[in-house]
Design a protein around this ligand. Structure first.
Ligand SMILES: O=C(O)c1cc(=O)[nH]c(=O)n1[C@@H]1O[C@H](COP(=O)(O)O)[C@@H](O)[C@H]1O
Length: 265
Protein backbone atom coordinates (compact mmCIF):
# COMPACT_ATOMS: atom_id res chain seq x y z
CA UNK A 1 0.00 0.00 0.00
CA UNK A 2 1.20 3.49 -0.82
CA UNK A 3 0.97 6.59 1.34
CA UNK A 4 -2.25 7.82 -0.20
CA UNK A 5 -3.89 4.40 0.26
CA UNK A 6 -2.95 4.62 3.94
CA UNK A 7 -4.34 8.14 4.18
CA UNK A 8 -7.55 7.10 2.40
CA UNK A 9 -7.99 4.23 4.87
CA UNK A 10 -7.31 6.51 7.81
CA UNK A 11 -9.76 9.16 6.54
CA UNK A 12 -12.42 6.50 6.34
CA UNK A 13 -11.56 5.04 9.74
CA UNK A 14 -11.81 8.32 11.67
CA UNK A 15 -14.16 10.07 9.24
CA UNK A 16 -11.80 13.03 9.15
CA UNK A 17 -9.49 14.91 6.78
CA UNK A 18 -7.85 16.84 9.61
CA UNK A 19 -4.08 16.89 9.63
CA UNK A 20 -2.84 17.91 13.07
CA UNK A 21 0.29 20.02 12.78
CA UNK A 22 2.79 19.21 15.51
CA UNK A 23 4.64 22.52 15.56
CA UNK A 24 5.91 21.97 19.10
CA UNK A 25 7.18 25.45 19.83
CA UNK A 26 9.25 25.34 23.05
CA UNK A 27 8.14 28.90 23.81
CA UNK A 28 4.52 27.77 24.03
CA UNK A 29 4.79 24.35 25.65
CA UNK A 30 3.09 24.33 29.08
CA UNK A 31 5.46 25.12 31.90
CA UNK A 32 4.91 21.88 33.80
CA UNK A 33 6.35 19.92 30.85
CA UNK A 34 9.54 21.97 30.57
CA UNK A 35 11.20 20.00 33.35
CA UNK A 36 10.81 16.73 31.41
CA UNK A 37 13.78 15.15 29.66
CA UNK A 38 12.20 15.80 26.24
CA UNK A 39 9.48 18.45 26.66
CA UNK A 40 8.44 18.39 22.99
CA UNK A 41 7.96 14.64 23.08
CA UNK A 42 6.02 14.89 26.36
CA UNK A 43 3.85 17.59 24.78
CA UNK A 44 3.28 15.68 21.54
CA UNK A 45 2.44 12.46 23.35
CA UNK A 46 -0.36 14.18 25.23
CA UNK A 47 -1.55 15.94 22.08
CA UNK A 48 -1.60 12.64 20.17
CA UNK A 49 -3.47 10.90 22.99
CA UNK A 50 -6.11 13.64 22.88
CA UNK A 51 -6.42 14.07 19.11
CA UNK A 52 -5.69 10.77 17.36
CA UNK A 53 -9.35 9.84 17.10
CA UNK A 54 -9.84 12.86 14.83
CA UNK A 55 -6.52 12.80 12.98
CA UNK A 56 -6.14 11.62 9.38
CA UNK A 57 -2.43 12.42 9.71
CA UNK A 58 0.10 14.22 11.88
CA UNK A 59 2.43 16.80 10.41
CA UNK A 60 5.44 17.66 12.58
CA UNK A 61 7.23 20.65 11.11
CA UNK A 62 10.97 19.95 11.17
CA UNK A 63 11.76 23.57 12.05
CA UNK A 64 10.58 22.91 15.59
CA UNK A 65 12.91 19.92 16.06
CA UNK A 66 16.21 20.85 14.44
CA UNK A 67 18.50 20.33 17.43
CA UNK A 68 19.77 17.21 19.21
CA UNK A 69 16.87 16.82 21.66
CA UNK A 70 14.48 17.87 18.93
CA UNK A 71 15.41 14.99 16.66
CA UNK A 72 15.02 12.55 19.56
CA UNK A 73 11.61 14.07 20.29
CA UNK A 74 10.63 13.81 16.66
CA UNK A 75 11.63 10.17 16.44
CA UNK A 76 9.60 9.29 19.55
CA UNK A 77 6.65 11.28 18.22
CA UNK A 78 6.63 9.52 14.85
CA UNK A 79 6.82 6.08 16.45
CA UNK A 80 4.02 6.96 18.87
CA UNK A 81 1.75 8.26 16.12
CA UNK A 82 2.38 5.08 14.15
CA UNK A 83 1.44 3.09 17.24
CA UNK A 84 -1.94 4.83 17.09
CA UNK A 85 -2.26 3.94 13.42
CA UNK A 86 -1.84 7.50 12.14
CA UNK A 87 0.34 8.34 9.10
CA UNK A 88 3.02 10.97 9.67
CA UNK A 89 3.96 13.63 7.16
CA UNK A 90 7.24 15.38 7.93
CA UNK A 91 7.04 19.00 6.91
CA UNK A 92 10.68 19.55 5.98
CA UNK A 93 10.40 21.42 2.64
CA UNK A 94 13.64 19.81 1.47
CA UNK A 95 15.38 19.56 -1.93
CA UNK A 96 18.96 19.98 -3.12
CA UNK A 97 21.30 18.61 -5.77
CA UNK A 98 20.52 14.93 -6.28
CA UNK A 99 23.47 13.62 -4.28
CA UNK A 100 22.42 15.65 -1.25
CA UNK A 101 18.71 14.87 -1.57
CA UNK A 102 19.71 11.21 -1.60
CA UNK A 103 20.74 11.78 2.02
CA UNK A 104 17.70 13.91 2.82
CA UNK A 105 15.52 11.08 1.57
CA UNK A 106 16.58 9.06 4.62
CA UNK A 107 14.04 11.20 6.47
CA UNK A 108 11.51 8.90 4.84
CA UNK A 109 12.91 5.88 6.64
CA UNK A 110 10.76 7.01 9.56
CA UNK A 111 8.17 9.43 8.22
CA UNK A 112 5.53 8.32 5.70
CA UNK A 113 5.61 11.48 3.60
CA UNK A 114 7.50 14.72 3.25
CA UNK A 115 7.01 18.24 1.93
CA UNK A 116 9.52 19.29 -0.74
CA UNK A 117 10.47 22.44 -2.60
CA UNK A 118 10.32 22.25 -6.43
CA UNK A 119 12.53 25.26 -7.10
CA UNK A 120 15.60 23.22 -8.12
CA UNK A 121 13.71 20.93 -10.47
CA UNK A 122 13.00 17.24 -10.82
CA UNK A 123 16.45 15.83 -10.06
CA UNK A 124 16.44 17.72 -6.75
CA UNK A 125 13.43 15.74 -5.52
CA UNK A 126 13.91 12.50 -7.48
CA UNK A 127 15.24 10.51 -4.47
CA UNK A 128 11.96 11.30 -2.70
CA UNK A 129 9.82 10.51 -5.75
CA UNK A 130 11.59 7.16 -6.08
CA UNK A 131 10.30 6.04 -2.68
CA UNK A 132 7.15 4.54 -4.16
CA UNK A 133 5.50 3.73 -0.85
CA UNK A 134 6.06 7.23 0.57
CA UNK A 135 4.18 10.47 -0.09
CA UNK A 136 5.78 13.60 -1.58
CA UNK A 137 3.92 16.89 -1.21
CA UNK A 138 5.38 19.54 -3.51
CA UNK A 139 5.00 23.23 -2.62
CA UNK A 140 2.78 24.68 -5.33
CA UNK A 141 0.86 27.72 -4.11
CA UNK A 142 1.79 28.43 -0.52
CA UNK A 143 -0.34 30.18 2.09
CA UNK A 144 2.01 33.00 3.07
CA UNK A 145 1.58 36.63 1.95
CA UNK A 146 4.78 36.50 -0.15
CA UNK A 147 3.69 33.45 -2.13
CA UNK A 148 2.85 35.69 -5.10
CA UNK A 149 6.42 37.05 -5.34
CA UNK A 150 7.54 34.06 -7.39
CA UNK A 151 4.70 31.55 -7.57
CA UNK A 152 2.29 33.88 -9.39
CA UNK A 153 4.77 35.16 -11.96
CA UNK A 154 3.40 34.73 -15.46
CA UNK A 155 5.48 32.54 -17.75
CA UNK A 156 5.93 33.10 -21.48
CA UNK A 157 3.18 30.57 -22.07
CA UNK A 158 0.77 32.79 -20.13
CA UNK A 159 0.39 30.41 -17.20
CA UNK A 160 1.42 31.35 -13.66
CA UNK A 161 4.45 29.53 -12.29
CA UNK A 162 2.38 27.60 -9.71
CA UNK A 163 0.34 26.07 -12.55
CA UNK A 164 3.56 24.92 -14.22
CA UNK A 165 4.58 23.31 -10.93
CA UNK A 166 1.23 21.48 -10.84
CA UNK A 167 1.64 20.32 -14.45
CA UNK A 168 5.15 19.03 -13.76
CA UNK A 169 3.98 17.24 -10.62
CA UNK A 170 1.34 15.46 -12.70
CA UNK A 171 4.19 14.20 -14.92
CA UNK A 172 6.40 13.31 -11.96
CA UNK A 173 3.61 11.28 -10.36
CA UNK A 174 4.73 8.00 -11.93
CA UNK A 175 4.17 6.05 -8.71
CA UNK A 176 0.96 7.74 -7.57
CA UNK A 177 2.82 9.21 -4.59
CA UNK A 178 2.76 12.95 -5.37
CA UNK A 179 0.52 15.60 -3.84
CA UNK A 180 0.55 19.39 -3.90
CA UNK A 181 0.73 21.92 -1.08
CA UNK A 182 -1.89 24.56 -1.80
CA UNK A 183 -2.73 27.13 0.86
CA UNK A 184 -6.27 27.76 2.03
CA UNK A 185 -5.57 31.48 1.77
CA UNK A 186 -5.94 31.22 -2.04
CA UNK A 187 -9.41 29.74 -2.64
CA UNK A 188 -9.42 30.76 -6.31
CA UNK A 189 -6.09 29.08 -6.94
CA UNK A 190 -7.32 26.02 -5.03
CA UNK A 191 -10.29 25.81 -7.39
CA UNK A 192 -8.29 26.29 -10.59
CA UNK A 193 -5.59 23.84 -9.52
CA UNK A 194 -8.17 21.19 -8.65
CA UNK A 195 -9.57 21.57 -12.16
CA UNK A 196 -6.08 21.36 -13.66
CA UNK A 197 -4.88 18.27 -11.76
CA UNK A 198 -7.98 16.36 -10.65
CA UNK A 199 -5.99 13.32 -9.50
CA UNK A 200 -3.44 14.92 -7.17
CA UNK A 201 -4.35 15.08 -3.47
CA UNK A 202 -3.62 18.41 -1.81
CA UNK A 203 -2.22 19.23 1.59
CA UNK A 204 -4.04 22.43 2.49
CA UNK A 205 -2.52 24.50 5.30
CA UNK A 206 -3.50 28.01 6.31
CA UNK A 207 -6.88 27.63 7.96
CA UNK A 208 -7.18 28.77 11.57
CA UNK A 209 -4.32 31.06 12.58
CA UNK A 210 -3.68 32.22 8.97
CA UNK A 211 -7.36 32.89 8.22
CA UNK A 212 -7.74 30.65 5.14
CA UNK A 213 -10.99 29.35 3.65
CA UNK A 214 -11.95 26.02 5.28
CA UNK A 215 -14.81 25.35 2.87
CA UNK A 216 -12.59 25.79 -0.21
CA UNK A 217 -9.91 23.69 1.47
CA UNK A 218 -12.30 20.73 1.57
CA UNK A 219 -14.18 21.39 -1.64
CA UNK A 220 -11.01 21.62 -3.74
CA UNK A 221 -8.36 19.94 -1.57
CA UNK A 222 -9.63 16.40 -1.97
CA UNK A 223 -8.97 14.18 -4.98
CA UNK A 224 -11.50 11.36 -4.99
CA UNK A 225 -12.04 12.01 -1.28
CA UNK A 226 -8.35 12.00 -0.38
CA UNK A 227 -6.48 15.04 0.87
CA UNK A 228 -5.43 16.69 4.12
CA UNK A 229 -6.46 19.97 5.70
CA UNK A 230 -3.90 21.06 8.25
CA UNK A 231 -4.22 23.07 11.42
CA UNK A 232 -1.25 23.40 13.78
CA UNK A 233 -1.44 26.21 16.35
CA UNK A 234 -5.25 26.25 16.30
CA UNK A 235 -5.29 22.71 17.66
CA UNK A 236 -2.15 22.09 19.67
CA UNK A 237 -2.23 25.42 21.52
CA UNK A 238 -6.01 25.58 21.96
CA UNK A 239 -5.44 24.82 25.66
CA UNK A 240 -2.70 27.39 26.20
CA UNK A 241 -2.89 28.75 29.73
CA UNK A 242 -4.91 25.80 31.02
CA UNK A 243 -1.91 24.07 32.64
CA UNK A 244 -2.09 20.31 32.94
CA UNK A 245 -5.42 20.08 31.14
CA UNK A 246 -4.11 21.68 27.94
CA UNK A 247 -4.48 18.53 25.88
CA UNK A 248 -8.23 18.32 26.49
CA UNK A 249 -8.74 21.60 24.65
CA UNK A 250 -6.58 20.28 21.81
CA UNK A 251 -8.80 17.21 21.55
CA UNK A 252 -11.90 19.41 21.46
CA UNK A 253 -10.37 21.69 18.84
CA UNK A 254 -9.48 18.73 16.61
CA UNK A 255 -12.99 17.32 16.94
CA UNK A 256 -14.57 20.69 16.23
CA UNK A 257 -12.46 21.15 13.11
CA UNK A 258 -13.25 17.62 11.95
CA UNK A 259 -16.98 18.30 12.26
CA UNK A 260 -16.69 21.66 10.55
CA UNK A 261 -14.73 20.23 7.61
CA UNK A 262 -17.09 17.26 7.36
CA UNK A 263 -19.95 19.65 6.60
CA UNK A 264 -18.25 20.35 3.29
CA UNK A 265 -17.21 16.81 2.33
O1 LIG B 1 4.04 22.90 3.88
C1 LIG B 1 3.30 23.32 4.76
O2 LIG B 1 2.77 22.56 5.55
C2 LIG B 1 2.92 24.75 4.74
C3 LIG B 1 2.82 25.33 3.50
C4 LIG B 1 2.21 26.60 3.39
O3 LIG B 1 1.99 27.11 2.31
N1 LIG B 1 1.79 27.21 4.51
C5 LIG B 1 1.95 26.67 5.77
O4 LIG B 1 1.50 27.29 6.73
N2 LIG B 1 2.57 25.46 5.90
C6 LIG B 1 2.84 24.89 7.24
O5 LIG B 1 1.60 24.55 7.85
C7 LIG B 1 1.61 24.89 9.23
C8 LIG B 1 0.56 25.94 9.50
O6 LIG B 1 0.45 26.21 10.86
P1 LIG B 1 -0.80 27.00 11.49
O7 LIG B 1 -0.88 28.31 10.78
O8 LIG B 1 -0.41 27.14 12.93
O9 LIG B 1 -2.01 26.14 11.30
C9 LIG B 1 3.04 25.34 9.55
O10 LIG B 1 3.80 24.21 9.95
C10 LIG B 1 3.55 25.85 8.22
O11 LIG B 1 4.94 25.74 8.10
Amino acid sequence: MGFFDDVAARIEQVDSVVCVGLDADMDRIPEHLLEKDLPRWAFNRRIIDATHGHAAAYKPNAAFYEDADGWRSLRETIAYAHGKGVPVLLDAKRADIGNTTRKYSQLLDEADAITVNPYMGRDSIQPFLAREDKGVFVLCRTSNPGSADLQSLTLETGEPLYERVAALCDLWNEHGNVGLVVGATGPEELESLREQVPDLPFLVPGIGAQGGDAEAAVEFGLADGVGLVNSSRGIIFAGEGRGEQFHKAAGQAAKKLKNRLNQYR
